[in-house]
Design a protein around this ligand. Structure first.
Ligand SMILES: Nc1ncnc2c1ncn2[C@@H]1O[C@H](COP(=O)(O)OP(=O)(O)O)[C@@H](O)[C@H]1O
Ligand SMILES: [Mg+2]
Length: 233
């Protein structure tokens, strides 16, 4: 990699560098191979789902060159415009539903909680959507798997309600009333009662992630306890 590239973001494992006006480079600091991630992005894109165009994967697999997508993340847009949070959650739900209509490639690793045939992202939240002039584009496919649509949707639902340090979810962007309405809108649009059947298992899986701090874990558990599946209450 050229040493002169400007870093535009540093994630947990991967850093994003700007190459030029059109392209960015995603590089794993841990030397993790990103070929599967790139192949998943190509698969989603071929199915008509909006993801950055992958241009090249380095021979050792640790660097991916992809299209630079201009625009704020959905999270930045929510922060700038708190009144839009409900509507943007509805848009996120639309992306979730569209994604799950795509069958996953057979080689892709199985997702958590229950098996399923769908392409799932497992980190679909407002920080991983760029609002480009051509429409929303979903990034950060590191966790993508073959699995259950309702599990993936429940992950997004949980992240909207309780994600991030402090377990505040969308509370970072808007007041409680707007957040509750936005979380409810998302759930309604993707199918709340189906998600409730897997919510407790999704929370149990999610809190195993060592990046999830105690406050978020506690908020996630409360969120799930308050939303039993039909017949469990
Ligand atoms: N293709 C892209 N075009 C423009 N910006 C990007 C692109 N991919 C990532 N970014 C920027 O880098 C940030 C982090 O990227 P992401 O893939 O979500 O990694 P992580 O969450 O692991 O840091 C994004 O919020 C966005 O600002
Ligand atoms: Mg991300």
């Amino acid at each position: 990699m050229r040493p002169d590239l400007e870093v535009i973001a540093r994630g947990r494992d991967a850093d994003i560098y700007r190459i030029d006006r059109r392209r960015v480079l995603r590089r794993s600091r841990e030397g993790r191979r990103l070929d599967d991630e790139a192949a998943v992005m190509n698969h989603a894109r071929a199915a008509g789902f909006p993801v950055p165009d992958v241009e090249e994967v380095s021979a050792d697999g640790t660097e991916v060159v992809m299209e630079y997508v201009p625009g704020p993340t959905m999270a930045e847009a929510m922060f700038a415009e708190p009144a839009s949070v409900v509507e943007r959650c509805e848009r996120l739900a639309g992306l979730s539903v569209a994604l799950h209509s795509i069958p996953a490639p057979a080689w892709l690793r199985p997702g958590p909680v229950e098996p399923g045939p769908c392409l799932i992202h497992l980190d679909l939240h407002p920080l991983n959507v760029i609002e480009s002039p051509g429409g929303p584009v979903v990034i950060d496919w590191a966790n993508a798997a073959r699995g259950s649509a309702r599990v993936d949707a429940a992950v997004s639902w949980l992240l909207l309600a309780t994600g991030g340090d402090g377990g505040r979810g969308l509370g970072v962007f808007a007041d409680d009333e707007v957040c509750d309405a936005a979380v409810a809108r998302f759930a309604h649009a993707v199918g709340e009662w189906d998600m409730r059947r897997v919510l407790a298992a999704v929370v149990a899986w999610r809190v195993l992630d060592r990046n999830v701090l105690p406050e978020e874990s506690a908020a996630a558990r409360r969120f799930s306890e308050d939303r039993p599946a039909a017949g469990d209450a």
